[in-house]
Design a protein around this ligand. Structure first.
Ligand code: ATP
Length: 246
C-alpha cells in the first residue's frame, strides 16, 4: 500500500515564453509505492507538469515561476536533470523516444548510464523477465520495432536506472487496447514487485483509473478534482465527462 510522500508539488506555476501561463498553481503528491494518475484532456498541462518535475522545461522556453517541487523532502527544482535521475526519478517521455538506430538492448543499457555498480547485467535480465517481447527483439534496431515494443523499450530503459519513481507520459498513446492493457499490467507488476512508484499522465481515464491508486484531474492548468481511483471511477462527473458514461 502507498506510504510516505515521495514527490510533492506545491502550488506550481509554469510560464512558457515569459507570457503563456500554462500551470496555474498545481499541487499534488506522489506517495511511495503508489500509482498516481494525472488525468485530463489534450493541453490540460499533464506533460508540462512532468517536465517541470524533471526540470526539462528550459529547452522549451518554459519556467517554473512559483511554488515548490520536493522529492523526499528536498527542493529539487534547481537540480540538473541527470542528478534527479541519480536520486531515483526517471521520466519516460511521450512518444516513446527510443534511440532508433540502436538495438533494443543497447537502448536498455543506455538507461543505466548514471550507475557504476556491477549489477547491470542482472537488471537487464530482470527487464527481459518483465518484458519477454523485448528479449525476443533485443538485437533488432529499435526504430524497426512496433509502437508497443518501443513503449516497452522506453519503460524498460527507465527501469535500468533503478528508479524509485517513474514519470510516465501517456503510455497508451497510439496503441491498440490489448497492448495498452499489457503495458499497464507490467506497470502494475513493477509497482507491486519492485516497489516502483509511478506518476502516470494519461488521457485514457478509463484504463488509468483501473490501474492507479489515486488520481488528479487537470483542466486548463488546474487540479479540478482528486481522490482515490475507486472513488473517481464512481463519481458522476468523472463518469460523464471523462469515462463517456452518462
Ligand atoms: P497532451 O496530452 O497534448 O500532451 P498535456 O495535458 O500534456 O496535453 P501540455 O503538453 O502540458 O498538455 O500543454 C499544456 C498547454 O501548454 C497547451 O495549451 C500547450 O499548447 C501549451 N504548451 C506546451 N508546450 C509549450 C511551449 N513549449 N510553448 C508554449 N506553449 C506550450
Amino acid at each position: 500500500p502507498p506510504g510516505e510522500t515521495l514527490l510533492e508539488l506545491n502550488n506550481i506555476e509554469v510560464i512558457y515564453n515569459h507570457v503563456i501561463l500554462v500551470l496555474k498553481g498545481v499541487s499534488l503528491k506522489v506517495p511511495q509505492g503508489g500509482i498516481t494518475a494525472l488525468l485530463g484532456g489534450n493541453g490540460a498541462g499533464k506533460t508540462t507538469t512532468l517536465k517541470a518535475i524533471s526540470n526539462l522545461l528550459r529547452s522549451e522556453r518554459g519556467e517554473v515561476t512559483k511554488g515548490s517541487i520536493r522529492y523526499r523532502g528536498d527542493r529539487v527544482q534547481d537540480l540538473n536533470p541527470s542528478e534527479l535521475v541519480r536520486r531515483g526519478v526517471v521520466q519516460v517521455m511521450e512518444g516513446r523516444h527510443c534511440f532508433e538506430h540502436l538495438t533494443v538492448e543497447e537502448n536498455l543499457l543506455t538507461g543505466a548510464y548514471t550507475r557504476k555498480d556491477r549489477e547491470i547485467a542482472a537488471d537487464l535480465e530482470k527487464v527481459y523477465a518483465y518484458f519477454p517481447r523485448l528479449r525476443e527483439r533485443r538485437r533488432s534496431q529499435a526504430g524497426y520495432t512496433s509502437g508497443g515494443e518501443q513503449q516497452m523499450c522506453a519503460i524498460g530503459r527507465a527501469v535500468m536506472a533503478r528508479p524509485a519513481c517513474i514519470l510516465l507520459d501517456e503510455p497508451s498513446m497510439g496503441l491498440a487496447p490489448q497492448l495498452v492493457e499489457e503495458i499497464f499490467g507490467i506497470v502494475k507488476d513493477l509497482n507491486e514487485r519492485e516497489g516502483v512508484s509511478f506518476l502516470l499522465a494519461e488521457q485514457n481515464t478509463n484504463v488509468a483509473l483501473r490501474y492507479a491508486h489515486y488520481g488528479y484531474i487537470l483542466e486548463s492548468g488546474r487540479v479540478v478534482m482528486d481522490g482515490p481511483a475507486a472513488h473517481l471511477r464512481e463519481n458522476p462527473d468523472v463518469k460523464e465527462f471523462y469515462l463517456g458514461m452518462s
